[in-house]
Design a protein around this ligand. Structure first.
Ligand code: PEP
Length: 249
């Protein structure tokens, strides 16, 4: 039985005051009896938020990391640093990183391995653009993105990872994949992994991301292969995010 996970991706939003109010709202009502809840916050707030959430039911993650371990990489943040400040998870391969910062599959795989080398759990984001979906390339794109990581890190690495299927056309657009569309790709992701290890393919958590809201979360999370969500915009409002968390439990 896979335990659901709902992860908020705050992206480049927030301030110390706003974060404090948001966390207070979440902590006052969050119920993690049946669901893991995670917030992925901007680097500068990680240490403070990890400290605030010590011993609390909400976990903390980063939104990216450097593939290198240490050295002359101005502006970058290493996996060891994330671990040091209390981070447990890190997003890798988010579509905004892939498209805006030219992160290709090889770099995403290196970041994934860097995260695991420090005991962080990577949330590997995969998904197709609208043009790719319209050209019937969705499965091929997702398989290529997964294959790069399987090749570099090995299938066994998925015992300590989470996958997020995020169709690029659904991120921040208000346009959500239908439950059937999402389920089809989630099942395909398990099929790809099952070619290497059927047990792991069944055990790994696969989240859906792309305009998840309180109003559509339950129907998405009811699908057999959807184990929760990666939530952008709606994770910035405590009540809305709590509704999504409740739908996963
Ligand atoms: C995301 O940031 O990964 C995301 C899915 O955003 P949104 O929920 O706003 O579409």
């Amino acid at each position: 039985m896979r335990r659901p996970l709902v992860a908020g991706n705050w992206k480049m939003h927030g301030s110390r005051a706003e974060n404090g109010a948001l966390l207070e709202g979440l902590l006052s009502k969050v119920d993690t009896a049946k669901t893991d809840v995670l917030v992925c916050v901007p680097f500068v707030y990680l240490a403070e938020i990890a400290y605030q959430l010590r011993g609390k039911p909400i976990k903390v993650g980063a939104q990216s990391l450097c593939a290198e371990a240490q050295g002359a990489f101005t502006g970058e943040v290493s996996a060891a640093m994330l671990k040091d400040v209390g981070c447990e998870y890190v997003l890798v391969g988010h579509s905004e990183r892939r498209s805006l910062y030219n992160e290709d599959d090889a770099l995403v795989a290196r970041k994934y391995m860097a995260a695991q080398s420090q005991g962080l759990i990577p949330v590997l984001c995969v998904g197709e653009t609208l043009a790719q979906r319209d050209a019937n390339q969705c499965f091929a794109v997702v398989e290529t993105q997964l294959a790069a990581v399987i090749k570099a890190a090995g299938i066994a690495s998925f015992a300590n990872a989470v996958i997020a299927y995020e169709p690029v056309w659904a991120i921040g657009t208000g346009r959500t994949a239908t439950p059937d569309q999402a389920q089809e790709v989630h099942a395909f992701i398990r099929q790809v992994l099952a070619k290497y290890d059927a047990t792991l393919a069944n055990a790994v958590r696969v989240l859906y991301g792309g305009s998840v809201k309180g109003a559509n979360a339950a129907e998405l999370f009811a699908m057999k292969d959807i184990d929760g969500g990666l939530v952008g915009g709606a994770s910035l409002k405590a009540d809305e995010f709590l509704k999504i968390c409740a739908a996963a439990g």
